[in-house]
Design a binder for this molecule. Structure first.
Ligand code: DGP
Length: 115
């Protein structure tokens, strides 16, 4: 765990958040600045900076499973959802701990970059 990383602290319950799902490898909690009725962040408990930071396959599988569990719990499996992971400055990655944004609960627009 990185002591200066907010998502390390949330994922390991040093700081509590509004959790939606959790298992041994990952947790999911609500974004503090939601962009849609469902806006949940899926985060590994171990620290990786981005999706291409040597993340073990088991952790990636756990993140995929967590997305499915979040979608079911939020009732958006059928209506649909968008998964985004920002990596680096051009993507405006603010928190340097790998996370998937899971967005849904409304029509998210026609284009990939639509709000
Ligand atoms: P980005 O790094 O740009 O992919 O986005 C980071 C997201 O994390 C942003 O939507 C706001 C959210 N966020 C940042 N700090 C906290 C926090 O302490 N708690 C929660 N719940 N969300 C946070």
């Amino acid at each position: 765990m990185h002591d200066d990383c907010i998502f390390c602290k949330i994922a390991n319950h040093v700081i509590e958040s509004d959790y939606v799902y959790e298992d041994d490898l990952v947790c999911a909690f609500r974004d503090m600045n939601p962009a849609a009725p469902t806006h949940v962040l899926v985060v590994p408990k171990e620290h990786y900076e981005t999706i291409v930071d040597g993340v073990p396959a088991q952790t990636l599988a756990a993140m995929t499973h967590a997305i499915d569990e979040v979608a079911k719990a939020e009732g958006i499996s059928e209506s649909g959802f968008r998964v985004i992971s920002n990596a680096g400055p051009d993507a405006d990655q603010v928190v340097k701990h790998l996370h998937f944004h899971v967005l849904g609960g409304r029509f998210l627009g026609e284009g990939l970059l639509a709000e």
